[in-house]
Design a protein around this ligand. Structure first.
Ligand SMILES: Cc1cc2nc3c(=O)[nH]c(=O)nc-3n(C[C@H](O)[C@H](O)[C@H](O)COP(=O)(O)OP(=O)(O)OC[C@H]3O[C@@H](n4cnc5c(N)ncnc54)[C@H](O)[C@@H]3O)c2cc1C
Length: 383
């Protein structure tokens, strides 16, 4: 085991992936999470082949665990909102697996978290630890939690999401921006809408304006269908993953859409409504012995479906950069290499996700889906 202690703030998707990879590499890792326990909050996570291959490489049975609960979309289809015309159809499933070494999987966020949590020692996750203040000196990094306790670590990784306390400690406080777009999320049983074609595909209905779209794909081994619909809205005051929305408002917002799309909305009993927030790319992610990953460094719009994928890729590359570091002296350099390797790709996808046009007319997804976080050479280079 290395002679230093790594703290990870946030037991989310990126934080837990990093914890597993670093623990497996022999590091002393502790994860601090503000929640009292893992909660079944949220709904979908879309794992494109780049994310699934990164999870498979953890080699701890996670790949098998996620495949047991996820669905495996057959295609990625684009359709025009009112006419229903198909403007692109990419094969996913076996074709993607053959091409990229892993399939696309769509999974409930809680099932993904459970698969990750199952292979990381439970005693190394400290729940109900919300970081309120973070300071660094020559002896290390001190984290002060909202319960008044403190802990000291030699390296601190901010996997603490869009409102990251680690990010504020490094670069000053600055709030995420409301994008003027809200999202409805709903899950319905597949057998309730069995008449709708292509239910086991990832289908995107491109709306009449850039903010307007409906995305549907299977969840829970195909037994459920997930609906993710976005639309413009001028103001929003509450940021939450659990705020209920109105099913009537959902139906009214997409009233002119093709019957194959509205049939899914008609089948909804309940819906969640979330505002979408984002930030601009950062020029640096690391400072001293602190660094960021996932939404803490690059929160993005969902239009390329890469939020979780980028967090997982970050985690793997970061763990690889720290793998051979055995004393505190090598940490800052390793974090610098990590930032050099990841910042350009993640920023490009963060900015690209703003324009809602990814794969609209088909096209080549290789630069996103073909990335292998386990094979990227560990020297500074661009994507
Ligand atoms: C409750 C929840 C539900 C979500 N549901 C969905 C969904 O349905 N679909 C979707 O696409 N995306 C969802 N997301 C976002 C998605 O997980 C991320 O966009 C993406 O996976 C990047 O992951 P991440 O690990 O960077 O951040 P996250 O997955 O957001 O994880 C951040 C973690 O840090 C913890 N944390 C934050 N601040 C502190 C602090 N000060 N001290 C200690 N811990 C802290 C949070 O509780 C969380 O566990 C959800 C996020 C959360 C937190």
């Amino acid at each position: 085991m290395s002679s230093f202690k790594i703290g990870i703030l946030g037991a989310g998707i990126g934080g837990l992936t990093a914890a597993i990879a670093l623990h497996r590499a022999g590091h002393d890792v502790v994860v601090y999470e503000q929640s009292k326990q893992f909660l079944r909050v949220g709904a979908d996570i879309n794992l494109t082949p780049n994310a699934v291959r990164a999870l498979d490489g953890l080699g701890t049975g996670i790949g098998d665990a996620v495949r047991r609960t996820a669905a495996r979309p057959t295609h990625r289809i684009s359709r025009t909102w009112n006419t229903g015309e198909e403007t692109s159809r990419l094969e996913m499933g076996d074709t993607a697996e053959k091409k990229y070494g892993a399939p696309q999987l769509t999974i409930h966020r809680a099932d993904l978290l459970a698969a990750l949590a199952d292979v990381f020692p439970a005693e190394r996750v400290r729940f109900a630890k919300r970081a309120e203040a973070i300071s660094e000196d020559a002896q290390g990094i001190t984290i002060t939690f909202s319960d008044g306790s403190t802990d000291k670590v030699d390296v601190l990784i901010g996997g603490d999401g869009i409102h990251s306390a680690v990010r504020s400690a490094m670069f000053g406080k600055e709030s995420p921006r409301f994008t003027g777009v809200v999202a409805f999320r709903a899950v319905i049983p597949a057998d309730r809408v069995a008449q709708v074609p292509n239910l086991q595909a990832f289908t995107k209905w491109w709306g009449p304006n850039p903010e307007s779209q409906i995305v549907t794909f299977p969840l829970n081994c195909g037994k459920d269908i997930f609906i993710f619909a976005t639309t413009a809205q001028e103001t929003w005051h509450l940021e939450s993953w659990t705020t209920p929305g109105s099913v009537q408002e959902l139906r009214d917002s997409y009233a002119g859409f093709h019957p194959d799309a509205t049939a899914l909305l008609d089948a909804c009993d309940e819906v969640l409504k979330t505002a979408l927030y984002e930030r601009d790319p950062l020029p640096h992610w690391s400072k001293g012995r602190m660094t960021l990953l996932g939404d803490a460094s690059h929160p993005m719009m969902p239009f390329m479906a890469q939020g979780a994928g980028m967090a997982i890729e970050d985690a793997v590359v970061l763990a690889r950069c720290l793998e051979k570091v055995t004393t505190v002296d090598g940490i800052a350099d390793a974090l610098h290499v990590y930032e050099e390797l990841r910042l350009e790709r993640a920023s490009k996808i963060q900015v690209g996700s703003r324009g809602n046009n990814w794969l609209r007319e088909g096209g080549n997804a290789d630069w996103v889906y073909g990335y292998d976080a386990w094979a990227v050479p560990l020297e500074a280079e661009t994507v």
